[in-house]
Ligand binder design. Structure first.
Ligand code: DGI
Ligand code: FE
Ligand code: FE
Length: 199
């Protein structure tokens, strides 16, 4: 990647201004995890690093700012009620923000930010890496399923992504939170890649 070191430093400065200390630490944990997964899966580790650093860039934008960034996007066109899924907005808005702020970034990096919370059907390898790294990074407070998801993902990225989606869908069910259509589509898409013992 051209000017990777300078770009990384610039993004780190922006993160320090925009993220709370815990969120900054989480982001660095996602970065190191994503770099490791990139090396295991023939993906450019510099692209994984930049996508990971940017994935939660919009975490603390307010609702109106989310809606500003979503104006005119195909996400808003397909899901006019997206505003009723507040936890998902930082991903979709963050992608638009990152694209505008860092126009040199390629579509894979932007899509990795865009789909890091929900996933989607037909994710590319970098998208899978950021989706999984966000869930399994070493700083995540322990919760049921974290260790098995971590093991699976390092053993086989597709099997890990499947298991994370399965656990996310059942977590949402237990908490009576609606599962977003993109998440369901991602889950169905990954079923053929599952480790048989996780089905
Ligand atoms: O931003 P992070 O905290 O690092 O993690 P994230 O971007 O994966 O966001 C996680 C939150 O999003 C978590 O509270 C679960 C929620 N979430 C993920 N998929 C869905 C969802 N919430 C709903 N309602 N529907 C989903 O499909
Ligand atoms: Fe996030
Ligand atoms: Fe995150």
């Amino acid at each position: 990647m051209k000017n990777y070191d300078a770009l990384r430093e610039k993004i780190l400065l922006e993160l320090k201004d925009n993220l709370k200390p815990n969120r900054f630490r989480h982001t660095l944990g996602v970065e190191s995890t994503a770099i490791a997964l990139a090396n295991l899966n023939q993906v450019d580790p510099e692209e994984a690093s930049i996508a990971a650093l940017l994935h939660d860039i919009a975490k603390y934008f307010d609702f109106d700012t989310y809606m500003f960034w979503l104006k005119g996007t195909s996400i808003l066109e397909r899901f006019p009620d997206i505003g009723s899924f507040p936890k998902l907005l930082h991903a979709f808005a963050g992608a638009q923000y990152a694209q505008k702020k860092y126009p040199e970034l390629n579509e894979d990096i932007i899509n990795s930010v865009r789909y890091h919370t929900t996933g989607r059907a037909g994710m590319g390898t970098l998208e899978k890496i950021i989706f999984a790294a966000d869930y399994i990074e070493p700083g995540r407070k322990d919760f049921p399923g974290l260790l098995s998801a971590r093991e699976r993902t390092f053993d086989d990225l597709d099997q890990g992504v499947y298991l994370i989606l399965k656990q996310t869908v059942s977590y949402l069910e237990q908490n009576e939170e609606p599962c977003f259509l993109l998440t369901k589509e991602a889950f169905n898409d990954m079923i053929p890649m599952a480790n048989p013992s996780d089905l």
